[in-house]
Design a protein around this ligand. Structure first.
Ligand code: FAD
Ligand code: MLT
Ligand code: ZN
Length: 476
């Protein structure tokens, strides 16, 4: 029996011909790449666990070029894999077979920024960190931040509905994205690029594309609401004896820090071991079973410091936390954030990584790690837990020295059944991509999945956009 995350057979899409290549070379002079060496990195995902065999990489610069590409591919029945920074973690960003890779890497122009409203409009291929730098010079920040910021594109962020480290404060992209421009499978350009906070004229179509993982259209431009740059930022790194205390600290922190709380993240001692061993990052405090990263962002340093001081004082005197360090200076803030942001990287050095990205009622999130450890016993190399406590989002990661099909069978569907019993989501923020598409029923009803299938058929009747991804192989 094939593993549920195995690719299904190649669907009956056309094969690329010399005429097709001539067309692409004509509309994208010098930007239709076929050299296998140059295509190598576009065919392999960030985790190096999924490899496609795309033979053509198209690098459009404009919406009009994307429109021409899709119109042509749709008429020729050629499958297309939209790709941003290729940092996705569920195998959605690379071809499964020979899908044409449509990269947004050259669509990196900022189109407008209104410093009064804080609304930024840009092409989909802008790198998240470049946008952050651009905005910081204008006293603003992006409403999202994630460890992949140096490579991921804003279009990819929207296509995956990426959550990240600031969601607790600024909310999801479903709230901060104000408008999208999307090219549909047949080449039609859907202009929903509004820059309005309020717009209740009919159905909010852009929401369909947020989190659609390249299966419904290619996002070509984004308008997004950006907060003012906080005048004061503090980061605290704390140690905690139990997860229960970590949750009590969260409760205390929400009450005492209130509106200045901008992140509440955690990692366990196993993550710390991987950071120490593989990245040589020293523990900034004494060893603890759990660690917390708290960030505050506010407008008055004295006010924020006073609040933070009172909170830390209470947390320490009530023995909720055992040790801690505070950073107000940028380089130390960065160093403390590295302890959380670089866990993903540390895991890749530990071995083959099985990644789970689960939403649960917050008080349940660490129980899954404990149960999984017990369930797997000696079979796994490492079982680690970290994530976005403030969002009820656990990242459970398991490693083995090499890819181990028997281990995978032990993990799945155990992890999904456990999650479904707690009425959690089997994909909190990474999407379903190739790896998790067939597990969708653990979190969505068959009616909901069937309606998703209808929407897919309506927008992409030939199924050329990112086939084999997001939706299950056999729609019930
Ligand atoms: P890609 O990986 O290129 O693509 C991802 C998906 O979107 C694919 O299905 C692709 O087909 C589709 N897509 C890409 N661009 C477009 C487009 N323009 N139009 C239509 N479809 C498109 N995720 C989180 O949610 N929170 C985190 O904190 C987080 N941290 C991460 C840290 C690291 C170190 C890494 C490697 C990844 C992390 N991720 C996180 C995963 C996250 O999904 C991606 O980093 C990011 O959102 C993907 O953007 P990308 O441009 O790399 O997209
Ligand atoms: C994170 O929060 O660090 C990211 O979602 C990446 C990961 O899950 O490893
Ligand atoms: Zn995450």
């Amino acid at each position: 029996k094939p593993s549920p995350d195995a690719a299904p057979g190649r669907m009956a899409f056309s094969r690329i011909t010399q005429e097709d290549l001539a067309f692409f070379r004509k509309i994208l002079p010098g930007r239709a790449v076929t050299d296998p060496d140059l295509l190598e990195s576009n065919n392999v995902d960030w985790l190096k666990t999924v490899r496609g065999s795309g033979e053509v990489l198209l690098r459009p610069q404009t919406t009009e070029e994307v429109s021409q590409i899709l119109k042509y591919c749709n008429s020729r029945n050629l499958a297309v894999n939209p790709q941003g920074g290729n940092t996705g973690l569920v195998g959605g960003s690379v071809p499964v077979y020979d899908e044409i890779i449509l990269s947004t890497a050259l669509m990196n122009k900022i189109q407008a920024f209104d410093s009064i409203s804080g609304i930024l409009t840009c092409q989909a291929g802008c790198v998240l960190e470049d946008l952050s730098h651009y905005l910081e010079e204008r006293d603003h920040i992006m409403p999202l931040d994630l460890g992949a910021k140096g490579s991921c594109h804003i279009g990819g962020n929207v296509a995956t509905n990426a959550g990240g480290l600031r969601l607790l404060r600024y909310g999801s992209l479903h709230g901060t994205v104000l408008g999208l421009e999307v090219v549909l499978a047949d080449g039609r350009v859907l202009d929903c690029l509004a820059t309005l906070r309020k717009d209740n004229t009919g159905y909010d179509l852009k929401q369909l594309f947020i989190g659609s993982e390249g299966t419904l259209g290619v996002i070509t431009a984004v308008s997004i609401l950006c907060p003012c740059k906080p005048k004061s930022v503090n980061v605290v790194f704390l140690g905690c004896e139990t997860f229960e205390q970590l949750l009590k600290t969260f409760q205390l922190c929400r009450g005492m820090l209130g509106e200045i709380l901008s992140a509440y993240e955690f990692l366990d001692t196993e993550c710390m071991r991987l950071l120490n061993t593989h990245l040589k990052l020293p523990n900034p405090i004494s060893d603890s079973p759990f660690y917390i990263v708290i960030e505050t962002s506010g407008s008055d340093p004295a006010h924020d410091e006073e609040k933070l001081h009172n909170f830390l004082d209470t947390a320490m005197t009530s023995s909720l936390v055992t040790d801690g360090t505070v950073a107000t200076e940028e380089s130390k803030i960065k160093a403390l954030w590295s302890m959380r942001e670089r866990i993903t990287e540390a895991l890749t050095h530990d071995g083959y990584t099985y990644k789970y990205d689960i939403s649960l009622p917050v008080e349940r999130i660490y129980q899954l790690v404990a149960d999984m450890r017990e369930h797997l016993g000696e079979r796994a190399k490492s079982v680690v837990g970290y994530g976005h406590v403030g969002d009820g989002n656990l990242h459970l990661n398991i490693t083995s020295a090499a890819k181990d099909p028997a281990l995978l069978v032990a993990i799945e569907p155990f992890v999904y059944e456990w999650t479904a019993r707690s009425r959690g989501s089997i994909s909190a923020e990474h999407g379903l991509g190739l790896k998790k598409r067939n597990y969708i029923y653990y979190s969505k009803s068959s009616q909901a999945v069937a309606l998703m299938g209808d929407i897919k058929t309506m927008l992409d009747p030939k199924g050329i956009l990112n086939p084999y991804k997001t939706l299950p192989d056999n729609l019930k």
